[in-house]
Write a protein that binds this ligand. Structure first.
Ligand code: SF4
Length: 62
């Protein structure tokens, strides 16, 4: 299964991924982006988040 990964050391916490795909990305209490654990991930929405992340720190892990 493909899982989206956020490279937290590069993430600038802009919130774009959360806006595009809140079912997958969430800002946690510590102020970091979490990838919510799901049995499968919506490819189109995650690809949108990948496309619009300003620092390109989201990627798929196979
Ligand atoms: S879009 Fe990219 S930089 Fe912005 S919060 Fe999401 S992972 Fe971080």
């Amino acid at each position: 299964m493909k899982i989206p990964i956020v490279e937290l050391s590069d993430c600038i916490k802009c919130g774009v991924c959360v806006e595009i795909c809140p079912e997958v990305f969430r800002l946690n209490g510590a102020g970091f982006i979490d990838v919510i654990e799901l049995s499968s991930y919506p490819e189109i929405e995650v690809n949108e988040a990948i496309k619009y992340c300003p620092v390109d720190c989201i990627y798929w892990e196979e």
